[in-house]
Design a protein around this ligand. Structure first.
Ligand code: 6PG
Length: 245
């Protein structure tokens, strides 16, 4: 039975702590039930503090050797580039947790976008032992939200948001990080838990559009994220939730 929840926290710090708690909780359940926790990490700046908390205050709350790390999207830059989502997760969390190499499945942003997308699709087919037409099932997919209502690298009015078969696609957008690779909506929607993490005044209109606005995924791509057999949880701070009725 799927569950949709909106949880509003007092401020950004409370949001990050709650995010780390939620992730540790879902990790414990997944490891108990399935022997492993497959997490799909989000990029951008918002999750950084939650990743740091997981690698410090919550370090003993997760059996890290049973965790498999994936990414929902990546900017097409080398893995040590400041704009790399992998680099952010490595700096804030992985470098402290020190997982084995076979636990870390990053998108190779250093490759040409189409090659990187196809390579990651192949990795997902192998790592999840998928048959043609299947989608990987993450234990938890962490999502962010842009002020233009994009999530992962699924941007308004771009072909990637209409993808229903591919697992990962190359994306070109009018943003500082022009070339990206993104997992597609069917992949996120196959997750057992999808957790949106959204902070700040600047995101309030996008939150309102996604949750209460007219259904128009072409304009509001994050509306595409509706798990088919999983829970959808919105973690918002008061500033991001301020326009919700
Ligand atoms: C990316 C992210 C993207 C991000 C939003 C929010 O690679 O940029 O995956 O979807 O989550 O843009 O970014 P901030 O957290 O920095 O506001």
């Amino acid at each position: 039975m799927s569950d949709n929840k909106i949880i509003v926290l007092e401020d950004a710090q409370a949001l990050y702590v709650r995010a780390a708690e939620e992730i540790a909780h879902v990790a414990g359940e997944a490891i108990c039930m399935h022997g492993e926790f497959r997490i799909c990490l989000s990029g951008g700046s918002t999750p950084a503090a939650a990743y740091e908390l997981l690698a410090t205050r919550f370090l003993l709350s997760v059996d890290w050797k049973e965790v498999q790390f994936y990414w929902g999207d990546e900017r097409c830059v080398p893995p040590d580039d400041p704009a790399s989502n992998y680099a952010m997760a490595n700096r804030t969390m992985l470098s402290r947790i020190a997982p084995r190499p076979d636990q870390v499945h990053r998108i190779q942003g250093e490759l040409p976008p189409d090659q990187a997308a196809q390579g990651y699709e192949k990795d997902l087919y192998n790592l999840f032992a998928l048959a043609e037409g299947d989608f990987p099932r993450f234990s938890l997919a962490l999502m962010g939200l842009g002020d233009n209502s994009h999530t992962a690298s699924l941007f308004p009015h771009t072909p990637s948001i209409h993808e229903t078969k591919r697992l990962a696609v190359a994306v070109e957008v009018d943003e500082p990080q022009r070339h990206r690779v993104s997992l597609t909506a069917p992949v996120f929607n196959n997750a057992a838990t999808v957790l949106f993490l959204v902070s700040g005044d600047g995101k309030a209109q996008a939150v309102k559009n996604i949750i209460e606005g007219p259904h128009d995924p072409d304009q509001f791509p994050a509306q595409l994220i509706a798990p088919t057999d999983g829970d959808l949880v919105w973690l918002l701070d008061k500033a991001a939730a301020r326009l919700l009725s």
